[in-house]
Design a protein around this ligand. Structure first.
Ligand SMILES: Cc1cc2nc3c(=O)[nH]c(=O)nc-3n(C[C@H](O)[C@H](O)[C@H](O)COP(=O)(O)OP(=O)(O)OC[C@H]3O[C@@H](n4cnc5c(N)ncnc54)[C@H](O)[C@@H]3O)c2cc1C
Length: 390
């Protein structure tokens, strides 16, 4: 073990989607890298995650897109409905797939994490390693861990998620901002002839301050989420999560209550949803950030994971481009990434406001408009996100 963690060129804190992607990209450059993860094993439980076309393109460059397509389920149906089941929007998923050369895929998160980790050289990931703080000078960054060990590296990347400890060490403190809603998520075995497994995808239903999503996850499983407007602190410690979700959606259209009811309590997750005000500088000296550590965003454009992967690829490319100056590499990384992710953080907030509306008159106007949007506009509106290639 001591061998693996002895002075890697790059230390990455966090073995989430962003940290693992960065490790792959850096190993592709031939760099020595270690990933330090506080958990005792990589997640075995989790939710589904949508990998949009830009995420799949990034995964292609990381050399794992085929495995992801195999383990996931292509999104060949994506509707928005009212709570009583009327269709408001049918997303032109086939036209989008033609345009971008790939469908979006829904994948079980632990499968994605496994695929990414299997791409790494043996012993890259060090588990049970909780980062506490850092020190740095002109030649090295030293990470200090809870077990008393410290590790030196030339570059330190904080990929430790929305509550990032690394971030706290290098940028001014900023408060997490509560979105106003809490997300329940579940995975269950469920069949519905209206949403056949072979087709993949599913629907969302938008109601009064509440939203429900249903999507095929492959292997006979369905992933669902329910977001509910509520003051902070209302749900996160609830023991009966499934029952709460059921109470909120019991009068909604056909499969919604059924799919919640078929889920076990252990397979139901609840999380309050936060983001932060975007910042312009993510690095200090030889320490930088990526993914949620740099730019946590609301999940309403389904882009948090995708942006973490894009960060990873662009960061490795900047390190390759400026091998003589870490400062130039890290500055160029920010110049390329900050404008795009800032726009996506802000776009996600705008989508959240529209999706979680409570005022009936405003909802009616929104629904009328949604019914009229032509396919060409639906595609154009998201083109800058989905059509991007890192
Ligand atoms: C409800 C919901 C739905 C979402 N849906 C989508 C979607 O459909 N598509 C999409 O692209 N994105 C989605 N996202 C966003 C996505 O989940 C995140 O943006 C993504 O997981 C960020 O990856 P990351 O690697 O930056 O952070 P994380 O996935 O949070 O990983 C951070 C890792 O760091 C570890 N860590 C933390 N602190 C320490 C420490 N001190 N020391 C060592 N290790 C540490 C953690 O254990 C974890 O393994 C969703 C988010 C939510 C909340």
């Amino acid at each position: 073990m001591a061998n693996t963690i002895n002075n890697p060129h790059t230390s990455i804190i966090g073995a989430g989607i962003g940290g693992l992607s960065a490790a792959i990209a850096l190993q592709q450059l031939g760099q020595k890298v270690s990933v330090f993860e506080r958990a005792s094993k990589l997640k075995e439980m989790g939710a589904g995650i949508v990998l949009s076309a830009n995420a799949i393109k990034t995964l292609e460059k990381l050399g794992v897109a085929d495995q992801v397509r195999q383990a996931g389920s292509p999104v060949k149906k994506a509707e928005i409905r009212t709570p009583d089941g009327q269709v408001l929007v049918n997303m032109p998923v086939h036209k989008q797939a033609e345009r971008y050369g790939t469908y979006s895929y829904l994948i079980y998160r632990p499968d994605l994490q496994r695929i990414l980790s299997e791409k790494l050289e043996p012993n890259t990931i060090v588990l049970n390693k909780k980062f506490l703080r850092l020190e740095q000078d002109g030649v090295k960054a030293t990470s200090f861990f809870e077990d008393g060990e410290s590790i030196e590296s030339e570059l330190l990347i904080g990929a430790d998620g929305v509550h990032s400890q690394v971030r706290q060490n290098i940028v001014e403190k900023s408060r997490l901002s509560y979105s106003g809603f809490t997300a329940f998520r579940g995975i269950t075995h469920y069949e519905d002839p209206r949403f056949p497994v072979e087709l993949g995808g599913g629907f969302e239903a938008w109601g009064n301050g509440k939203r429900f999503g249903f999507s095929q996850l492959g292997k006979g499983r369905v992933f669902w989420f329910a977001s509910i407007n509520a003051p902070q602190g209302t749900f996160p410690t609830a023991k009966n999560k499934k029952h709460i979700a059921l109470q909120h959606f019991k009068s909604w259209w056909g499969p919604i209550a059924d799919v919640i009811d078929s889920t076990s309590e252990e397979n139901t997750l609840v999380h309050e949803i936060f983001d932060r005000e975007p910042i312009k500088k993510w690095h200090k000296g030889r320490v930088t950030l990526l993914g949620d550590a740099a730019h946590p965003m609301l999940p309403n454009l389904g882009q948090g994971g995708a942006q973490a992967m894009e960060d990873a690829l662009i960061l490795s490319r900047c390190l390759k481009q400026f091998p003589w100056s870490l400062e130039s590499a890290l500055s160029h990384y920010e110049q390329e990434r900050v404008p795009r992710v800032t726009k996506i953080v802000q776009g996600s907030r705008m989508m959240a406001r529209m999706m979680q509306l409570e005022n009936p008159a405003a909802m009616e106007v929104r629904n009328q408009l949604l019914r009229k949007v032509p396919d060409v506009l639906k595609i154009k509106r998201l083109d800058w996100i989905l059509g991007y290639e890192a």
